[in-house]
Design a binder for this molecule. Structure first.
Ligand SMILES: [Zn+2]
Length: 187
């Protein structure tokens, strides 16, 4: 019985070739990819079916209170660092800071992954300064959203500081008020 199920999944010829080739070079990611391709469409045992509301509820309950291992937390964090959220990049406040930096002839890079610790909005290599433009809502600014405290930001800043990089955070409302003044006071 088990053998039959296995044969059914191996019907897509080209993906099994991918899998074999991947095994030869020992690439786990390619093996996973090939497996995922094999399980797509009508090859998937769930093809054309839907989980019932009751099954969905059970699946949700089964996940409750489960914690991820430190290893998978680390992997998720790395994945997020290397796949930054594009929706919130180059926002109007970031554009304002970029303009202010350009006015001062400061060399900078945008959206930089620093040492796999944090993705910073701006990095000024010459000064070893990272600038983060924090949205009032998402980062819980004390003036507008005091109830949304973000401890994680502080952890990131401390980790970068240990590596000799100063992190400067500007609030959205300050940037909107006068971005040039913020940069002038910094450099
Ligand atoms: Zn604010």
């Amino acid at each position: 019985m088990k053998q039959e199920t296995r044969i059914r999944h191996w019907t897509v010829a080209d993906t099994s070739t991918v899998s074999k080739a991947a095994k030869e070079v020992g690439s786990r990611i390619d093996i996973k990819l090939a497996r995922s391709i094999r399980m797509r469409g009508e090859n998937n045992s769930m093809y054309g079916k839907k989980h019932s509301a009751e099954t969905l509820r059970k699946m949700r309950v089964a996940q409750l209170g489960k914690k991820q291992s430190a290893e998978s937390n680390r992997k998720n964090r790395l994945w997020q660092l290397n796949n930054p959220c594009k929706v919130f990049s180059n926002t109007t406040i970031e554009q304002a800071i970029a303009k202010a930096l350009t006015n001062k002839n400061v060399v900078f890079r945008q959206n930089v992954n620093l040492l796999n610790i944090a993705n910073v909005d701006f990095y000024l290599q010459e000064y070893r300064i990272a600038i983060q433009c924090d949205g009032c809502y998402w980062h819980g600014c004390p003036a507008h959203f005091p109830e949304r405290v973000r401890a994680y930001d502080k952890l990131q800043d401390a980790a970068l500081a240990r590596c000799g990089i100063n992190v400067v955070r500007f609030w959205e409302h300050d940037i909107r008020e006068n971005s040039q003044q913020l940069i002038d006071s910094l450099i």
